[in-house]
Design a binder for this molecule. Structure first.
Ligand code: XMP
Length: 525
């Protein structure tokens, strides 16, 4: 795809949202680090730039900055929040705000107020960026800033103000430079899309070039050109990404695509059978590698979460390679890599530590010599879902909750044994059934049971019990990076709890996990 618009990223949590909104408006765009070289900007052939928000302050040394040449490139530029402050600072305006104290941990008010959350902006001029608005109109916006522009650079005018920002938006129409202190990409900003749309089409004269049908057509012909002959292998998990990737490649090269579905014995109740049925119904050439016993033998006695994950990853690779070796003339491997996995960002928090080693096909040994086909590399998750629907994949696959590669092993705390997995599967199925009945499935990111290696005393009939415990993990999330716990209606919680204790042998207690991510994670291991 040709990149019509580049987003220079300064580390805002909303940067990807800008990209998704721009794409929803029909323009293909990409994200690159905000302190990139000008050569990178030129190489993209972009016709407009957006500078994202970010946690830095232009008033601190070392704050990430764009290459100077962008200001004389003639490209239309929109700065959002920190991006607007950069524009003001680089072009001779003034940015003031909250100062960090010398100790770094306390903040003192130097000037004005900070704005976080909903705010109201008053439009002063209805031209340029705001030509679709009325002068003196108030609009609801989402703010998240400590610094603010207090003096305009030469040639700029104030477009809007808010109680906390004397310059809530500005522009220099001669140069085609625009800035907004608020976040038009956040849905709380009513008519945020109108503002972005005016920048894309009214100002930058970009063309609509991005829709799912066009993407599918282009992806198929690219894959055909990439693999004119020979065979391709793909590890299927039954999840959205690998399924959509496989169906796309299958459309391009038919039965030259060989899918391998590894049943690691750590799947949910009935899942292996369901996935095989779904994949065969999609016409995929898929082979089932039933290797539950191999995984369980290797996991025997292991209770350390990281060792469990590593063992499962290693055995997965062995099983997958054994299967792949039976296929001749293989040159390529399909992976369901998504755009968020490949975006490079300005490092704002330093090197991150490994919280959990994720298990995916990336660690393959011999098979890594194969070239990769990553048909979803340019896409966000919601775009993958749209493509999946366009390709005729059924809704129950598209809307399937994320399920971790290491499966129930990371929800079966302590030793992973068949008897304990059985308890977990029974309890988990009850959670699935009740959530489906409640109609809340689409609201939730994930809802599942966790088996805890904690025994407690209970009473059943007239007898004493001393049995293990199930925790319920029910969360909402946008992308899995952060999550909030979700409180199911009391009657559903009661039904789940009663059913689990009554129907699961060896469980006498159910507890509810009410932790957010961070500081907790979604999965327990
Ligand atoms: P955590 O537990 O890190 O999980 O908060 C975030 C999201 O990622 C899923 N998850 C995984 N997905 N392989 C995957 O493909 C893995 O090893 C893995 N571990 C966690 C988890 O279900 C949640 O949606």
């Amino acid at each position: 795809m040709n990149t019509q618009l580049l987003i220079l990223d300064y580390g805002s949590q909303y940067t990807q949202l800008i990209a998704r909104t721009v794409r929803e408006l029909g323009v293909y765009c990409e994200i690159i680090p905000g302190n990139c070289s000008y050569e990178k900007v030129l190489a993209s052939k972009a016709k407009a730039l957006i500078l994202s928000g970010g946690p830095s302050s232009v008033r601190t040394e070392g704050a990430p900055r764009p290459p100077k040449e962008i200001w004389t490139s003639g490209l239309p530029i929109l700065g959002v929040c920190y991006g607007m402050q950069l524009m003001a600072d680089e072009l001779g305006g003034k940015v003031e705000g909250w100062m960090r104290s010398a100790s770094g941990d306390q903040e003192s008010k130097e000037q004005g107020i900070r704005e976080f959350g909903p705010a109201e902006v008053n439009i002063k001029k209805n031209n340029g960026l705001f030509s679709k608005f009325h002068a003196n109109e108030n609009i609801d916006v989402w703010m998240s800033h400590g610094d603010k522009v207090t003096e305009l650079p030469v040639g700029f005018i104030t477009l809007a103000t808010s109680s906390g920002s004397p310059v809530a938006a500005f522009q220099n129409t001669d140069k085609n430079f625009y800035g907004v202190q608020f976040h038009p990409e956040v849905h709380h900003t009513k008519r945020g899309k109108d503002i972005l749309s005016q920048f894309l089409f009214g100002i930058s004269k970009l063309e609509k070039d991005w829709d799912m049908k066009g993407f599918i057509k282009e992806a198929i012909s690219n894959i055909q050109a990439q693999v004119p002959t020979g065979n391709v292998v793909c590890g299927l998990s039954g999840g959205v990404d690998s399924t959509v990737a496989a169906v796309l490649v299958h459309k391009a090269i038919g039965s030259r695509l060989h899918c391998i579905f590894v049943d690691n014995g750590l799947l949910r109740e009935g899942e292996a059978k369901q996935v095989m049925e779904d994949m065969l119904a999609l016409g995929l050439n898929v082979k089932l590698a039933s290797s539950g016993e191999r995984f369980l033998t290797e996991l025997e006695g292991e209770t350390d979460p990281e060792k469990k994950r590593k063992t499962i990853g290693r055995v997965f690779i062995d099983v997958f390679e054994d299967e792949a070796e039976t296929i001749t003339d293989v040159s390529h491997l399909v992976q369901g890599t998504l755009y968020p996995d490949v975006i490079e960002s300005v490092s704002v928090i330093g090197n991150s530590v490994t919280i959990k080693s994720h298990h995916n096909v990336g660690g393959l040994k011999d098979i890594m010599k194969l070239s990769l086909i990553e048909p979803l590399r340019e896409l966000f998750k919601d775009e993958v879902r749209l493509i999946g629907l366009e390709l005729g994949i059924s809704k129950h696959i598209i809307n399937r909750q994320p399920f971790p590669g290491p499966g129930l092993a990371v929800r079966c705390l302590g030793e992973v044994r068949e008897d304990r997995l059985k308890k977990l599967r029974t309890a988990d199925l009850i959670v699935q059934q009740e959530i489906m009945k409640s109609g809340l499935n689409d609201t939730l990111w994930q809802a599942f049971a966790v088996l805890l290696p904690v025994q407690s005393v209970g009473v059943m009939g007239d007898g004493r019990t001393y049995e293990e415990c199930i925790a319920l993990r029910i969360v909402t999330s946008r992308d899995g990076m952060t999550a909030d716990w979700y409180l199911l209606p009391e009657e559903i919680l009661r039904r789940i709890s009663t059913r689990i204790v009554n129907e699961t042998k060896g469980i006498n207690r159910v507890v509810l996990d009410i932790s957010t991510k961070p500081p907790s994670t979604i999965e327990w291991e």
